[in-house]
Design a protein around this ligand. Structure first.
Ligand code: NDP
Length: 335
């Protein structure tokens, strides 16, 4: 698979360049940056043969099969549509877009063009979350009654740019973290929230965007979900608790980009530690995407997952804005 990076980003340099290169017969051919000097330096630093500032030129340039899009959120839509129109497979960062209509258009276009589309929701690739889903599917906690997501962190200094001060670039904790939590809960429970009620706040970092949010979601099964995201909590722990009629799952430290944390199953027999695989989350995501592009299986999170998880985040934001309960509008994805 010959890749182009659309976006000279930190997530690419920190995780995805490695994840793309570790796959068999995979290479990174080119990178797109809006700044020629920075793009050239990024290409040199990461041994990428070509850098471009124009997406048409990149798509017409040295041959590629797929693009990985990790620009700021407002750019994903137009860039994905161009890559799809050029017949490239697209692995796109979350949130797919800044509006539901745009996200649906991207996924529909990929469908019509017959290219593979994936959304880079990393958490569902974690061994921890795969093990939690197995516990639920095996009935180890009975019927799920409620979920509590703890995802309040301290945003690292180097990420305190557009995320905290640029609403037009898709900043704010809801498009940044709530969207991941929506995806994780959808993945673990195998169902999509029906409605949400939320509050958001600006508690020290956000400039024109929220830096903290709390919300409650109703699931079709009747389960309730409570979710907390923030950029301003240096001493909070992350985790997820899932409570059922026969037991509870306590997963600590698992809302992470790293394969870390602990899982305990608590039931009538006591408290049991649950082991899980500690593979690299992004390696697995790219492996499944690459296989899907080669005609086998599906990406770990496909386009519809990206659309639905965005829909939940948008409903959370609208609920916080309006002060009203919001039914989640999933639109009409093409498949
Ligand atoms: P960055 O801020 O690192 O990169 C976004 C854009 O900012 C780049 O495309 C680049 O523009 C520009 N940029 C990057 N570094 C610099 C710099 N030093 N000086 C000037 N401009 C710079 O964003 P992230 O990597 O944190 O996020 C990118 C996307 O990935 C977002 O959609 C985000 O939501 C997603 N993401 C996903 C994660 C996951 O685990 N799935 C984790 C982190 C982010 P240009 O390309 O024009 O040079």
């Amino acid at each position: 698979m010959r890749w182009a990076l659309i976006g000279a980003s930190r997530i690419a340099s920190g995780y995805m360049i490695d994840a793309l290169r570790v796959q068999p017969e995979s290479e990174i051919v080119s990178v797109l940056s809006s700044d020629a000097t920075r793009g050239a330096r990024y290409a040199e630093d990461h041994a990428i043969p070509h850098s471009f500032t124009d997406l048409d030129a990149l798509l017409d340039g040295p041959p590629i099969d797929a693009v990985y899009i990790s620009t700021t959120n407002e750019k994903h839509h137009a860039q994905a549509l161009m890559a799809i129109a050029a017949g490239k497979h697209v692995l796109c960062e979350k949130p797919l877009a800044t509006s539901l209509a745009d996200a649906i258009e991207m996924v529909s276009a990929a469908d019509e063009e017959g290219v593979t589309f994936g959304t880079n929701h990393h958490l569902r690739n974690a061994g921890s979350h795969l093990a939690i889903r197995d516990l639920i599917d095996e009935g180890r906690i009975g019927d799920v009654q409620s979920v509590r997501v703890f995802h309040a962190v301290s945003l690292p200094q180097q990420l305190r740019g557009w995320r905290i001060n640029d609403a037009s670039a898709g900043g704010g904790v809801i498009p940044d973290i709530t969207v991941h939590d929506a995806d994780t809960v959808r993945f673990l429970l195998g169902e999509d929230p029906v409605d949400v009620i939320a509050k958001s706040a600006t508690s020290g970092l956000g400039e024109g965007v929220e830096d903290s949010a709390m919300s409650v979601w109703s699931m079709p099964s009747g389960a309730m979900v409570q979710s907390h995201e923030s950029f301003t909590h240096p001493f909070a722990r992350t985790g997820i608790e899932i409570h059922g009629t026969k037991g509870s799952i306590h997963a600590d430290g698992v809302m992470s980009q790293e394969p870390v944390g602990t899982i305990h199953l608590v039931d009538a027999q006591g408290r049991h530690e649950i082991g899980f695989e500690t593979h690299n989350l992004y390696h697995r995501a790219v492996r499944l995407f690459s296989k899907a592009a080669a005609g086998s299986g599906r990406p770990s999170a496909d386009g519809i997952d990206g659309v639905k998880s965005l829909a939940v985040a948008l409903a959370v934001r609208e609920s916080a804005r309006s002060g009203t309960c919001q039914r989640v509008n999933y639109g009409e994805p093409s498949k």
